[in-house]
Design a protein around this ligand. Structure first.
Ligand code: ZN
Length: 117
């Protein structure tokens, strides 16, 4: 992998990571269950249902973002080891076009497809 490309990718990954961490914090603030008044309120049942749905959606989004942060961390670790862009399954180089699209990609398209089956 060309050094310039890798350093650009590293910058992109770090930006994405910060963005995701920020979004996680924002989502946590939106979660009705983290509202300090929640436990003591005597809301009607339909409000509780709405809060439950809101909580579940937010929790799912947070999980997705946390998974993304983990993938980004793995990619960043690979960069520091000089192994960035190597497919974890077949050890071939992942095409730069794919890495530009998904900087944290751990597999090339062929392996990704096979793993998803
Ligand atoms: Zn592969």
């Amino acid at each position: 992998m060309p050094k310039k490309f890798v350093s650009e990718q590293k910058e992109k990954l770090e930006k994405e990571k910060n963005k995701s961490l920020f979004q996680i914090e924002e989502l946590k603030k939106d979660d009705p269950f983290t509202d300090p008044d929640h436990a003591s309120d005597n809301a009607a049942i339909d409000t509780d249902v709405r809060e439950q749905v809101g909580h579940d959606t937010i929790e799912a989004e947070i999980k997705d973002l946390e998974r993304r942060v983990m993938d980004i961390d793995i990619a960043l670790r690979k960069i520091s080891k000089g192994q960035y862009g190597v497919c974890e399954r077949c050890k071939k180089l992942i095409p730069q076009a794919r890495l530009r699209l998904i900087p944290e990609a751990a597999y090339d398209i062929d392996c990704e497809k096979k793993l998803r089956k």
